[in-house]
Design a protein around this ligand. Structure first.
Ligand code: PMV
Length: 351
């Protein structure tokens, strides 16, 4: 299967190439946690693509022996180099032409670097979009979004869900035709109108670096006492959630989304070594959201990444009342009262 992504055609090497793409972050509803082989997921996942939280990457490629430079907001960032080096090594058998180019990579995020929001999904997606744009120029073939997602996955698993579509499913799933462990597939057509412009307000409880890298976290699922049950549950939750997305069934959407977030953290609390990534303020926010939902019937729920920040998900028609809740009760739990207002987006775009 992987071999399908090996370049079959000759390329016409050009002296230089330039492109610029932006790609968003994404927020998983059914979580990917656990992997094997070369970035293959232990269970299928689905996410909403975000809009405002993006990485913008421009790449200039010059013919010559392969190497690269990496700048973030105009400043050389040698600490980013190992991840990009590993990425180029992983993709080189699929895009052998990269060995004939020196790449100058310039990148920036629309969200603060130190916000506790992982930029690996958006950055690996943006870089893969640039690589595939070059490949399309060199081969004369149309842009291949499946290969773009395939390459992004080799950089960072969840990045493969940041390329195309408002909702993206990644990982083999019996109830989803065309699903693959190798790349994400666009599931936008699933979404009931209630999910149009769906909001994600990210409450920044802790802006620090991640306590547990996702590489370490995924690894902890090997030999985890509950791993097998968790992976099975993810398949079932995905089937149920897809039905809820289609029917606009917010009650089920909320039940599955919140349960998935807590399960992700439960897996970390029950691994060896064990971690608690939520902070007291994370729990205070969750309690406030539950109380607000009970008192107002506003269908707002939370999800979590592998950290303390809280993503609040809700239909756009309730933006005003949720804004008030944040202003009156939740902002005080955020570091420097900071939060980011985002919503569902459509994926990577050429700038
Ligand atoms: O793509 P990675 O290896 O950083 O893993 C991301 C894992 C979670 O964000 C916790 C869940 C997910 O599905 O995005």
């Amino acid at each position: 299967m992987e071999d399908n992504f090996k370049l079959g055609t000759e390329v016409d090497l050009k002296e230089s190439l330039t492109t610029k793409w932006q790609a968003p972050s994404n927020i998983a509803l059914v979580k990917y946690w656990g992997k094997h082989g070369v970035q293959l997921p232990a269970n299928p996942s689905i996410s909403f693509t975000l809009d405002a939280c993006r990485t913008i990457t421009s790449v200039h490629a010059r013919k010559g022996s392969h190497s690269f430079s990496i700048r973030y907001e105009g400043v050389e960032k040698p600490e980013f180099a190992p991840k990009i080096k590993a990425y180029f090594e992983r993709i080189s058998s699929y895009c052998p032409w990269i060995n004939n180019y020196y790449f100058e990579i310039d990148t920036q995020n629309t969200f603060p670097h130190s916000s506790g929001i992982a930029s690996s999904a958006s950055s690996m997606a943006a870089l893969s979009a640039c690589v595939m744009d070059f490949e399309s120029t060199l081969t004369g073939n149309a842009l291949d979004y499946h290969k773009m997602s395939f390459l992004a996955r080799l950089g960072s698993g969840s990045a493969c869900r940041s390329l195309q579509g408002e909702a993206v499913l990644w990982g083999e799933h019996n109830d989803t035709d065309g699903s693959s462990n190798l790349y994400g597939i666009d599931q936008s057509e699933l979404l009931h109108p209630v999910f149009q412009h769906f909001q994600d307000t990210i409450l920044l409880v802790d802006k620090g670096e991640k306590v547990v890298s996702s590489t370490v976290g995924h690894d902890l699922m090997n030999n985890h006492a509950y791993a097998r049950a968790r992976f099975e549950q993810a398949h079932e939750n995905l089937t149920t959630l897809k039905k809820a997305l289609k029917a606009g069934d917010l009650k089920t959407f909320i039940k599955i989304t919140e349960s998935e977030a807590l399960t992700l953290h439960a897996m970390m609390m029950t691994s060896h070594p064990y971690f608690i990534l939520m902070k007291p303020n994370t729990l205070s926010i969750i309690e406030e959201i539950w109380a607000f939902r009970k008192n107002t019937d506003v269908p707002v729920c939370f999800t979590l990444d592998a950290g303390a920040n809280v993503h609040m998900l809700y239909p756009s028609e309730h933006k005003m009342s949720v804004d008030q809740l944040i202003h009156n009760k939740l902002a005080k739990y955020c570091q420097n009262s900071h939060y980011i207002c985002d919503q569902i987006g459509t994926g990577a775009k050429k700038c």
